[in-house]
Design a protein around this ligand. Sequence first.
Ligand code: SF4
Length: 97
Amino acid sequence: MSSTGVKLKRLKLGDLLQRDVWDVDEARHIEVLDQRGLPIKALLLLCPMGCYTMAGERLLMSYEGCVECATCRVLSNPHQIRWEYPRSGRGIQYRFT
Ligand code: SF4
């Protein structure tokens, strides 16, 4: 209970993400163009949704569960990863209630 009398409920990230919905666009909004020089370990560890995986030596990217946090955009250059928001109204729809 807070000092204002409002009861606060602590939620975990997984609980919050389960409330969200995705309207997945058939057009991919993130694409690996050239994996040379990419910080692959960082992408694998820091993408909160596990969108990056390895298939042997090849980096794979699954955009369907992306939460548009832009971590991979910050970790790369535009010639390595093409990063755009999904088309208007598509992609993740956050539910904060
Ligand atoms: S924008 Fe965020 S959630 Fe989406 S692929 Fe990049 S790191 Fe993962």
